[in-house]
Write a protein that binds this ligand. Sequence first.
Ligand SMILES: CC(C)(COP(=O)(O)OP(=O)(O)OC[C@H]1O[C@@H](n2cnc3c(N)ncnc32)[C@H](O)[C@@H]1OP(=O)(O)O)[C@@H](O)C(=O)NCCC(=O)NCCS
Length: 169
Amino acid sequence: MSDSMSADVTFRSRRWVRPEDLNAHGTLFGGSLLRWIDEEAAIYAIIQLGNSRAVTKYISEIDFVSSARQGDLIEMGLRATAFGRTSLTMRAEVRNMITRERILTIEKIVFVGLDDHGQPIPHGYTDITYERDRLPHHHGLMRTEDRSTADQVLAGSNREADTGCDHLQ
Ligand SMILES: CC(C)(COP(=O)(O)OP(=O)(O)OC[C@H]1O[C@@H](n2cnc3c(N)ncnc32)[C@H](O)[C@@H]1OP(=O)(O)O)[C@@H](O)C(=O)NCCC(=O)NCCS
C-alpha cells in the first residue's frame, strides 16, 4: 500500500481523531468521516463553481478498507474530475497519516450549484481553479442563511491559515 496521497489531489485537509469521533469499537465512526468528506467537498465545490449554494447530489460506493484510532491524524484529498453544465464531480481519497494506510477512496462525489429557487444553474466553468478567484463575493446581496454558508467558507480559509494546511495548491 502506498504511503502518501495521490499526486493529482488538488485540495486537502487534515483532521485529528478525537474521542467524540469514535464508534463502540473504539475506532473512527464512519458517519463522522463521511460528514468531514461531505463538508470538504462542499467547500471545494463552492470554490470551484463560485456558488455558495452547492449541494450534494450523488456519492458513489464507499468501501472502508482500514480505520483510525483516537489521536490519529487523517488526511483527506479531493480532485475535481469533471465539470458538467451545473455539476462538479470529484474524487476523494482518505488516508491515515499515522499508519500510512488508505482508509477509503470515493470515485464520484457530485455537487450541483443551485439558483435562488433551488434549481440547478449553469456554472460556466470547465477546469480547475488553483486560486480563490471564483469565491462568491456578493455578501451584501445574500440572504441570512446564505451568508452563514459563505462565512463557513471563509472560516475554512482561516482554518487553513491557522493550521498551515495547504487546501489549495
Ligand atoms: C440537486 C437537485 C436540485 C437536482 O435536481 P435534478 O432534477 O436532478 O436536476 P438535473 O436533472 O437538472 O441534474 C442536475 C445535475 O445533476 C446531475 N445529476 C443528476 N442526477 C445525478 C446522479 N444520480 N448522479 C450523478 N449526477 C447526477 C445531472 O447530470 C446534472 O448535471 P449537469 O448539469 O452538470 O449535466 C435535486 O436533486 C435536489 O434538490 N436534491 C437534493 C440535494 C440536497 O439537498 N443535498 C443535500 C443532502 S440531503
